[in-house]
Design a protein. Structure first.
Length: 139
């Protein structure tokens, strides 16, 4: 069995964003040479997420609106976490909802995604450099 590891780095200039990263993950898979196995993609920061869904702008705006309704950024005083001097209590909750990682099967050297499925990096407290781990194992 072979293993491949790469870190992808992102620095989002705004507080929140959804970034389509399927092409970067496919590049990692090509570089790995692995034809059959599993591909893990996970956010290595507690205020960011990796998730799979449709690559459609309306859906991403729906996510933004829904998440802001569930865990609004303001007032920042509503979160006990922010009593430490932070202002990102909402970002921790948004990450918990959207998830830390995805695992995708690798079949015949391709990510085995559904017809409309794409991989996204979700940023909920941007403006600094953060990383995503891609770990591929198989043969």
């Amino acid at each position: 069995m072979k293993a491949y590891r790469k870190e992808l780095w992102f620095q989002v200039p705004s507080r929140r964003a959804f970034i389509h990263i399927t092409p970067e993950v496919e590049g990692c898979l090509r570089d790995s040479g692995i034809r059959e196995g599993l591909c893990l993609v996970n956010a290595m920061h507690i205020t960011a997420s990796v998730f799979i869904n449709d690559h459609e702008a309306g859906l991403h705006q729906d996510y933004e609106d829904w998440l802001e309704g569930l865990a609004p950024h303001e007032p920042v005083s509503r979160y006990r976490h922010n009593q430490t001097g932070e202002d990102n209590g909402d970002a921790h909750l948004k990450r918990q909802i959207m998830g830390r990682e995805v695992v995708v099967a690798v079949t015949d050297g391709q990510l085995d995604l559904g017809t409309w499925e794409r991989i996204f990096y979700g940023e909920f407290d941007g403006r600094r450099r953060k990383r995503v781990l891609v770990k591929i194992i198989g043969e």
